[in-house]
Design a protein. Structure first.
Length: 115
C-alpha cells in the first residue's frame, strides 16, 4: 500500500489550495480514504473522509462548508479542495486508509496559511 500526497504549499488567508493523494498497491475502489491534519505541536486530527464509492463524505466541524473531499476511482486518487483558508488550517496533511485492521499513511504535505 502506498499513498503519496501532493499539492501543499503557501496560501493566503481566504485563498484556496487543492491537495491530491495518489494511491497504489491495493484495490482502491474498495476502501474509504481520509485526510488528517497535524498542526504544529498537536496530534493528527481527522479532517475529512470519503467512502469507497464516493457517495458519502464526512468533515471535521471547522472544515465543513470550506473543504471538499472527492475521489476518482479510475485514477486511484483522492482530493481535498481547501477553500476560504484560515491561519489555523496550517498543518501537515496526511492521506490515510484502514484495511484489515492495519492503518496506512502517506508522507504528508505541508500547508501553510499566511499573508
Amino acid at each position: 500500500v502506498q499513498l503519496v500526497e501532493s499539492g501543499g504549499g503557501l496560501g493566503p488567508p481566504g485563498g484556496s489550495l487543492r491537495l491530491s493523494c495518489a494511491a497504489s498497491g491495493f484495490t482502491f475502489s474498495w476502501y474509504a480514504i481520509s485526510w488528517y491534519g497535524q498542526a504544529p505541536g498537536k496530534g493528527r486530527e481527522l479532517v475529512a473522509t470519503i467512502i469507497s464509492s464516493g457517495g458519502s463524505t464526512n468533515y471535521k466541524d471547522s472544515m465543513r462548508g470550506r473543504f471538499i473531499i472527492s475521489r476518482d476511482n479510475a485514477k486511484n486518487a483522492v482530493y481535498l479542495q481547501m477553500n476560504r483558508l484560515r491561519p489555523e488550517d496550517t498543518a501537515v496533511y496526511y492521506c490515510n486508509t484502514r484495511q484489515s485492521g492495519r492503518t496506512y499513511w502517506g508522507q504528508g504535505t505541508q500547508v501553510t496559511v499566511s499573508s
